[in-house]
Design a protein. Sequence first.
Lengths: 477, 477
Amino acid sequence: MDTLKRNYNPVTLEIAKELERIVGEKFVIYGDQEKLETFSHDEISEAEYAHMPEIAVRPTTVEEIAAIMKLANRTNVPVTPRGAGSGLSGGAVPIYGGIVLSVDRMNKIIEIDRDNMMITVEPGVVTNEINDFVKDSGLFYAGYPMSLETCYIGGNVAENAGGGKAIKYGVTGRYVTGMEVVTPVGEIIQLGGKLVKDVTGYNLIQLMVGSEGTLGIFTKITLKLIPLPKSSVDLLCLFETAEDAIAAVPKIMTTGGIIPTAIEFMDKTSVQAACEYLNETIPYQEAGAMLLITVDGASVAQVEQEYNAIGELCLDTGATEVYVADNFTTSERIWKVRRNIAEAFKVISPHQSLEDIVVPIAAIPKMVCGLGKLSKKYDCSIPCYGHAGDGNLHATPVMNPKWSLEKWRKIRPELLTEMYNLTAELGGAISGEHGIGHKRKKEMSLFVSQCYIDILRSIKLAFDPKNILNPGKIIDA
Amino acid sequence: MDTLKRNYNPVTLEIAKELERIVGEKFVIYGDQEKLETFSHDEISEAEYAHMPEIAVRPTTVEEIAAIMKLANRTNVPVTPRGAGSGLSGGAVPIYGGIVLSVDRMNKIIEIDRDNMMITVEPGVVTNEINDFVKDSGLFYAGYPMSLETCYIGGNVAENAGGGKAIKYGVTGRYVTGMEVVTPVGEIIQLGGKLVKDVTGYNLIQLMVGSEGTLGIFTKITLKLIPLPKSSVDLLCLFETAEDAIAAVPKIMTTGGIIPTAIEFMDKTSVQAACEYLNETIPYQEAGAMLLITVDGASVAQVEQEYNAIGELCLDTGATEVYVADNFTTSERIWKVRRNIAEAFKVISPHQSLEDIVVPIAAIPKMVCGLGKLSKKYDCSIPCYGHAGDGNLHATPVMNPKWSLEKWRKIRPELLTEMYNLTAELGGAISGEHGIGHKRKKEMSLFVSQCYIDILRSIKLAFDPKNILNPGKIIDA
């Protein structure tokens, strides 16, 4: 929980008073360590990634945020923006102390524009609320991060969240067409608008998306909506082993000629942990591994044809059973199990490392096989689940309960380096959707060149010459 | 055809010799003004946008390109990269002279990876060849710029080309997952790979896409492929007036609940010009305006259901006739007319300005109505066609044949400013897919703030401190 100091000034009483003048006394947390603790961590289970802020502020307008950034530049105090704190790489953690800027009060849906099929929201809107708001208009926001019941859309945009429906619908960035942004130096800029195509200058929107709060603070976000699918069916395909299940994934994508909405992979340990956590049962949770496959579309007939084709392909490639969930209640029960795996593992042990590796889809079987070998070699369980259809696996090494914490802390980096090296050999990357933050900053260099990192640094400094906004994330600037 | 000089050094005989050593004497054009003239322009019809290079080089390897960029930085000579020269904003035009770097010899398909549904190509591959190569694998590259028979994929990526199928499939950037790039200072970097999700650092790939050759030269491009649609049908919907046709577009997108593959708009003047140019006939080319609507999908039944729904919706909203083209020959005849409109207008008069404005889809009717008023006010025809389904209209003011060239040169900027102001008022942008280049550089400030332009400049200088690569495009750095 220590704060790393690095050429920044401390938050003085004078700065605290100035912040109170900007956002109102009620919305500044200063001096109350218990309340500030909430802002010291995200959803990473291990305490070593947490750091205390010196002060937290909860603005509601773009002008307030611009004023905060100007003050921070003037006084040389770092600012860390924060959404729901549901991140998994430490993006919202104030590693150099300073100011945490929470957007939790900026939670308004600004406009639903049915004619343009767009919605404009503030960054603190909970992702799931967007679909609640638009479904009566026959529209649909296609982002589906696993934390959708708690995470904020601002965080989704900052991390370029992926989630369960990315195979067919792509990740968050595909839907962002416009933004209002406060830059690190406190300027307010408008990017894009309600346009589905726009090549006016560099693609600053997609540079902001996934920048993990280091290039700007989003104060308004315009998202493209699509027609709500008229039909959606889930298949739960059971396999004897993880290898069998995962081998089916590239085949569904290529032989089948159909791009399903989702292909989620869950091994036995993951399913059982989540079922126990939720006190839930799903068919044959003792199966070796499962694929949860969603097909949606504009007509019942089309969806039926597609899920039949996929179901038969799974049976042909080794599935022992295929269950069809064609009503909302059953689908939601299964998806809830999937969504709660990470949470369930956290309850089992905080000494674990939730990883986010991504490999080309054809390399998934090799990756899962390699994870099996690593698990044996290190005598440590590595449950595995994730978005298999896009190659993104949440392998999660968990401390062997027989070990001391010291042993785990020694073995973990070795194991992770070996896992990352295998990922890199297979043409993969260190993070598919959770981001780099400060958790994976050092290990990123296993995947990219020094020249690549130098370019990231020069972009960061072009936006933020004093390195005030969320310093120490992704790279050291 | 003058060359603007601006603190760059001339290409000396010594530099020319050094370039010959790098790429081979045969592949350097120097001193031969007739041959160099080819490299002085793109497809903009007006001569004033052309500028002569001092030398042109035709490398074939990434190492050659890196060596050229290092030489250029050392000697302070600008380098302008060039694809097929089919651009429409002057991106490939060497406005400060110096070196034109043509990628025409880098035309190899490097790998088709069926298991990952990816293709890796060199930048000089003609876009249409990609689909010729992959169709037997049941795969499909979804980019469809109107110049696909001549343009290069490298240029498509540099401009983030849109085209005819962007409503359903998105623009070029959606399909780029990996790149090898030579930076402006001559470093070679690898971006991404065969991953469909990747959040390792800022999204440099999408920053490169659409950077108009100012941030790097792409030497390898990896593209995502998708399953080849099993069925595709075109509808040709005839309307009495342009206003009637365009009013149907937002309704198709919202009321119908179906996202078609394409909705192309062509007014009477455009259709007749292209038919005459091609010596072709299509049904009722004397109709006031047409919508060319494509529906494709995984089954004949699904496509049939969707085109029936759209056809009926068009008839309900004012179409006088709807023709169904359900075979390749008929479809291709109609699409060829659409693809050749720009070429046809160029033959009619070089004194025209092919524009690329884009507005929110719900604002298209207002935009078309405004163009009609401008046409009357300035007594100058403004034929209009384009990708109506995504709001991108190629309005093309053409010089009134009764005018002197001087009069046209006086009226054109006034007319364009008025057109741009209306576009901005409607929430639009100056370019949907053709880019800024040097053609629209000055007018871009009608759409974006000075702070926005300053950010573009700081990014450019972060990549290219000496402003060597394609200077004077998008912004003045």
